[in-house]
Design a binder for this molecule. Structure first.
Ligand SMILES: N[C@@H](CCC(=O)N[C@@H](CS)C(=O)NCC(=O)O)C(=O)O
Length: 264
């Protein structure tokens, strides 16, 4: 039975897992789940069983159900060890896991915050400007860290392309899409980004992302339906610490902010 991946092409977490699946050459069926839409079909029921918090991605491999992108990658590495996409030494493996953790928590939260302001217009005027200035500084500091990771290394993963690169690239693409491309003060990171963009797995994931954006734009046109957004852990923290606690309270009162689904 083929592996099934419940995913959304715009999710950086889903993109990370797909880069690993494509690199390993594991055949899989994509099932697209929009986290903002509850459904009552069989696929959705299977998704909820695999991902109790109703977050994408989630993977089903026969009787095995796995959620959380990092845990999915651990599973894929153990179930299909070749080609190995994690570094060989324990120290380098730990470094890559820490990098992945930073991207999935602190970095993702900044991109997400920018999207809340620029796309969902949670803040306007002076407050929006202030939040965006803070976000830009936060990105610059994380780009500094990423630039250092590439000192003496060809890839984020080390000598060979792998998990470290899959963990960083989708978030960098996300920043660029929101108007924050990596600055010229980070030459190694810029060069790395160009090299990753030329590889087939990231390219394929990029095409799926672009197709999804086209579909969404065709569906919505100029309409901006009010979407009830999930505020979770680092994303919630970002809004509170960066100067948007009033945005959070207002969203809760108006019902435009929600938390993760609960276990059933
Ligand atoms: N820790 C999870 C986070 C996944 C996540 O937050 N996914 C988002 C999409 S980018 C989601 O599905 N959110 C659920 C929602 O919006 O209700 C992972 O690494 O897979």
């Amino acid at each position: 039975m083929a592996v099934k991946l419940f995913e959304h092409p715009l999710s950086p977490y889903a993109q990370k897992v797909k880069i690993i699946l494509y690199e390993k050459g594991i055949p899989f069926e994509r099932v697209i789940i929009d986290p903002n839409e509850q459904r009552d079909d069989g696929d959705y029921q299977e998704f909820v069983l695999a991902s109790p918090r109703r977050e994408v991605p989630a993977l089903v491999d026969g009787a095995v159900r796995v959620c959380d992108s990092s845990i999915i990658i651990e599973y894929l590495e153990e179930r299909w060890p070749k080609p190995a996409l994690s570094p060989a030494s324990p120290g380098e493996r730990a470094r890559v896991r820490m990098l992945e953790e930073m991207m999935d928590t602190e970095y993702d939260a900044v991109n997400w915050g920018i999207m809340e302001i620029k796309v969902f217009e949670r803040a306007v005027g002076e407050q929006a400007e202030k939040l965006l200035v803070r976000a830009s500084l936060q990105l610059q500091r994380m780009w500094n860290r990423l630039e250092r990771e590439l000192e003496g290394r060809r890839w984020m993963n080390g000598e060979l392309f792998g998990r470290g690169d899959a963990a960083v690239y989708p978030h960098i693409v996300g920043s660029r899409a929101f108007g924050y491309p990596v600055s010229a003060r980070h030459p190694r990171l810029l060069d790395w980004q160009t090299r990753v963009a030329g590889l087939s797995a990231p390219k394929r994931v990029g095409t799926e992302r672009a197709e999804c954006l086209r579909r969404e734009r065709a569906k919505l046109g100029e309409a901006r339906p009010e979407v009830v957004r999930q505020y979770r852990d680092h994303r919630l923290e970002w809004m509170l610490k960066t100067g948007g606690s009033d945005i959070f309270v207002e969203g809760l009162l108006r019902g435009t902010i929600r938390f993760a689904g609960e276990y059933e």
